[in-house]
Structure formats: structure tokens, C-alpha cells
Design a protein around this ligand. Structure first.
Ligand code: FE2
Ligand code: FE2
Length: 375
């Protein structure tokens, strides 16, 4: 993947300027590392990336992966979602909008989705939504769409084109032949490393066409921000930390020099540049996932290991600011470690578990031989 996408030296917008603070991190962390993709091991508390054309300063907020259970099962996740929504509403100056990035519910239960819709009333600013797999597979999205509308969607805001894609609803039909109940179907989707659903994450032919069409009227050098639940590149397929049609996505985005993908699902601090697209993974409010043990591209610098006894640790939400100085700043609002979210030593982080990461040229080819056709 890295070879394909970086063969022409493709990077996000060449007018990008890495700030001195960021550059220092990058220099320190890439020394002695063999980069397999344009991946940089820096993650200051605030990521500052220049964007051309962002003429008016504004901020938006991201919350995702609340994984709500009904209140009579437990209230821990309810408490954390409530806290995030209250903090978004208290932002001063206010955010222009909130993007909710999927996995509102844990098992797609209408009680969970209604609970989420109720908690979201706390936030009075504009809200936009994309689904997660936990919201979808009990009733194949019926309740979700009734509450939060359909995806994909797009809007322009202060010289930035935003688009929201649904990367969760295109799972292969693994349930009909086996006569699974909706609960059984949902149960398989709720397992991070479950293999029954296979490579379910994808954008799909119709949304690819829609994306191409949507972007065709947009100048190639203006900023595009694409919201997805799953990352739009191949990070770790066995946990669906990817979309299976990432090649087609990259083909469509190729002409555009200023594309930022903001995604949920991975529940961790994550930043990568793949081809001309930069990708930022957001925190969950529910729990932090470990980093993938292998894959491509190489991991960025890792966040601190979460304290398992403190369910407010390693989780949170994010504020993203498009500044008048043409920058996008992503601030992870990690509740317990706001000032120290980055591990200083490998053993302090999820990166320490596997002797750091094993790089694999195409992990998906091993997992799902069908994808060998893409070699
Ligand atoms: Fe999630
Ligand atoms: Fe998810």
C-alpha cells in the first residue's frame, strides 16, 4: 500500500507547514526508523497542520464511540457520554457544529439509541451524524436512520467542504444462510476481532461514485474534510481498522491536495499520512483499544497506557479548530491525561506490548485471500 501510494512522492498538500514544535517531535521520532509510508511519529497535545484557504476561524467538535448500554445494565458509559456532551455545549466560543462519529449504542438496541438521542439533546449547536457498526446490525440501520438521518451527506462551511460517509453498512451477508437472529448478527459485529463478518468495513460502489461527484465541483487545492467511522486506509484489517476499498477511495482523492480524514472506531490517538491524505483517529468516550499488533503503515507515537481501574482514563473527545492562520488544530480532550497523553517510554504505552509494531506489506492478503487479487 505504501509503495503504491507514495511511488510518486505523494504527500498531503505541499503548502503544508509543519510547526517548529511539531517538527521537533517528528525529527526526534523518525531518526533511525525505516518509514514504510509517509507516517510520522509525532503527536503533540495540539496537532497543528496548515491548511490553505481556511479564511475564517472556526471550531467544531467530535464525539464518538460512546457504546451506550441501557441505564439498567450500567451507567458508566452514560456518565462519560453525558460529560462529553456537556463539555461540547460549554465550549466558549461555541463550536460551529458537532460531528458524532458512530458507535453511539453498544448492541444497536432501540433503548440504547433512544438513550443516545436523549443525551445528545444536551448539545444545542448543529449536529451531524455518521453510523458505527454497533448502531447498525440489529435492525440494519432502521432505527439509526429514523433518529439521525441517512449518509452520505455533504456541506460547505467557511471554505471547507465536509463530507460524511457510511463505512459500516456494507458487510457481507454472513447471517441469512446460517439463519442467525438479528441479535446473533449484532453480536458478531460487536466483537472487535470476530472473524465471522470478515472484512465488513467498506465505502461501497455507490458512495464512491457519490464522493467523486461531490468533489468534482470543488477546487482541487481547497480543503476537504471527510468523516468516517473506520479509517480510510489499511491500518489493521483484522479489527476492521480500514475500509476494504481504500484503493478506490485513494484514486478518487488523488487529484485533491488537501484532504483530511477524521475517523472513529480505533478508540486511540492516531495520525497517519497515506498518499495525499492525512488521517486523524479520534478518542472514544467508552474505552481505549490497544494499538494493532501489526500492519501498515507504521504506528505513530503511542498514547499512554490507560489505568484499567479508572474508566475516565484514556478516553475523551476532540476539538478541531480551523484557524484564521490557515491551520487545523486537533486537540484531544483526554480526561485524565490532558497534559500528558503521549507515552515517553515504550513500556508506558500500548506500543510496548509487541516489541513495537511488526510491519506487514499487505496483511489483508493473508487474512482474506480474495484480496490477493489487488496485489
Ligand atoms: Fe467503537
Ligand atoms: Fe466501530
Amino acid at each position: 500500500m505504501a509503495r503504491t501510494l507514495t511511488a510518486s512522492g505523494a504527500r498531503p498538500d505541499p503548502s503544508l507547514q509543519i510547526t517548529r514544535r511539531t517538527f521537533l517531535h517528528k525529527s526526534l521520532l523518525t531518526a533511525g526508523v525505516t518509514a514504510s509510508a509517509a507516517t510520522y511519529g509525532w503527536f503533540p497535545l495540539i496537532n497543528t497542520i496548515d491548511l490553505a484557504w481556511g479564511q475564517t476561524a472556526f471550531t467544531f467538535a467530535w464525539v464518538s464511540d460512546t457504546h451506550l448500554y441501557p441505564k439498567n445494565v450500567n451507567t458508566r458509559f452514560v456518565d462519560k457520554a453525558t460529560r462529553a456532551f456537556k463539555e461540547v455545549q460549554a465550549m466558549n466560543p461555541p463550536a460551529d457544529f458537532l460531528i458524532f462519529g458512530g458507535d453511539l449504542a453498544q448492541l444497536g438496541d432501540p433503548v440504547e439509541l433512544d438513550l443516545g438521542a436523549d443525551l445528545l439533546k444536551e448539545v444545542k449547536i448543529r449536529k451531524v451524524f455518521i453510523p458505527g457498526e454497533h448502531d447498525w446490525y440489529l435492525d440494519m440501520g432502521r432505527k439509526w436512520e429514523a433518529l439521525f438521518g441517512k449518509s452520505p451527506w455533504t456541506f460547505d462551511h467557511k471554505s471547507v467542504r465536509f463530507a460524511g460517509l457510511d463505512t459500516v453498512s456494507r458487510g457481507p451477508d454472513y447471517w441469512t444462510a446460517k439463519k442467525m437472529t438479528p441479535k446473533e448478527r449484532m453480536g458478531h459485529m460487536a466483537t472487535l476481532d470476530g472473524s465471522v463478518a470478515g472484512a465488513w468495513a467498506g465505502v461501497g460502489r455507490d458512495q464512491l461514485q457519490w464522493l467523486q461527484q461531490t468533489l468534482s465541483s470543488w477546487p482541487k487545492d481547497r480543503p476537504v474534510v471527510i468523516f468516517t467511522h473506520n479509517p480510510l486506509y489499511e491500518y489493521y484489517p483484522p479489527w476492521n481498522f480500514w475500509v476494504r476499498d481504500w484503493r478506490e477511495v485513494q484514486e478518487i482523492l488523488k487529484p485533491y491536495s488537501n484532504v483530511t480524514n477524521i475517523h472513529g472506531h480505533t478508540h486511540q490517538v492516531l495520525y497517519n499520512e497515506v498518499g495525499k491524505m492525512r488521517s486523524i483517529g479520534m478518542l472514544a468516550t467508552s474505552w481505549p483499544w490497544p494499538y494493532g499488533p501489526e500492519g501498515v503503515p507504521a504506528l505513530t507515537r503511542c498514547m499512554l497506557r490507560a489505568d484499567p481501574g479508572d474508566h475516565f482514563d484514556g478516553v475523551g473527545w476532540a476539538q478541531l479548530t480551523m484557524s484564521a492562520a490557515n491551520k487545523i488544530e486537533n486537540e484531544y480532550m483526554m480526561w485524565r491525561k490532558k497534559d500528558h497523553i503521549l507515552a515517553e517510554a515504550q513500556l508506558d504505552s500500548g506500543c510496548g506490548d509487541n516489541g513495537n509494531q511488526i510491519l506487514s506489506p499487505r496483511l489483508a492478503d493473508r487474512e482474506w485471500p480474495y484480496y490477493g487479487a489487488y496485489k
